[in-house]
Design a protein around this ligand. Sequence first.
Ligand code: 5AD
Ligand code: SF4
Length: 439
Amino acid sequence: MKTFLLKTFGCQMNKDDSERITGLLRLEGYSPCEDESVADLFIYNTCCVRESADRRFYGQAAALKQLKEERPALLIAVGGCLAQMDGDIVLKKLPHVDIVFGTHNVGELPNLIKEVENERQSRCEIKTSSSDFTGDLPAERKSRWHAWLPIMVGCDNFCTYCIVPAVRGREKSRPKEILINACRALVDDGVEEITLLGQNVNSYGRDLYGETKFAELLTEVASVKGLKRVRFTTSHPKDLEEKIIDIVASEKSICSHFHLPLQSGSDSILKLMGRRYSAASYLRLLERIRSKVDDVSITTDIIVGFPNETEEDFLATLDVVKTAKFDQAFTFKYSARPGTAAAHFENKISDEVVKDRFDRLLEAQNLNSYESNKRMLGKIVRVFIEGMSKKNVHPLAARTDSNKLVHLDGGRDLIGKTVDVRINEAFTWFLIGERKGAK
Ligand code: 5AD
Ligand code: SF4
């Protein structure tokens, strides 16, 4: 039997695409493998949101040259956003690569593999758009209990720093009935938790129905029988409607968690980024969410060092971070992406200043994360046990509905169970809990 080794970079959308690639290859008789020295096929599912991801991929893939010389039958395929963006540049930079396939070409991968096996000629297939959704392809999930469900692809926002609209195209929603049927099928297959995915889930349906239907979709998904937890990401702060907050507050199966990228706390930088909200309106949104949704957790993304960012702008971001008290923040150094508007902006910020601001931001947020975890002390919370962790003395790794990581004692037999735990210890990145009885 032939084996493939799949490396996934980047966001949840790529993780889902990788589960589809695995599903497709399984149908072709391939099986997944982790061992570089025996795999017949290497597949990279790449990301191009920041330059660091590009560099990591090109570095890793360049190192395969020798392996390919030793084992000429080895096939190397490169997909994902960087493949979509760079196209045949990938083949110029890495002549030992056999297949480059774009984000709209995932379904063609099995045929491309066969063609390259027969013809021994490298191929680059990149569609700029497609009426098919990768989400319709068969998936082999990593988890028995959790499934990703892409509800739309692409993005119409064109934030000035972001390459996503250029590589993933315009917003395209999948029909609601198809998604609800997919949820039912997943539950029948043993799935308990579904994460609805989109670059901007709050505009779900606009392209298809002329108005956004995210509220309806969320309500219908939440009422799918047997589905225990529903998550969704990402919400653009300018598009999060009041009714979504109300639905999250009232539907028990929807996890009380919002991922709301702030990007910057300075109004002038937000304007340059094309985000279309202000720091004050963002903070008001958080207040509304917190007043309505009990024990809600709010996570965010922040970029430091955007062109023209002054110390004052950065201090405004720090201020918002301190006021917002995010449960978690993903922080990034600005990376200029060719093909975006901001790549042409003047007044770039020096590496030293960016590093200094990045460290200060991290320090402020680490304190928030620690304090947010400390607020959990003594509480009894429902967690879902996801697996065993190698690193912690309390070996079970579980998630609260608000997506916090909890370690607790217990055996493998508890994996996949929902239990109540009492939180005994709090750290910056995780909590320690004690089981109160399985349900
Ligand atoms: N530079 C740095 N961070 C970026 N992000 C998107 N584009 C860039 C860029 N050019 C970050 C944003 C986004 C997250 C997924 O990645 O914060 O929310
Ligand atoms: Fe990129 Fe902005 Fe779209 Fe998010 S909303 S994918 S940051 S353009």
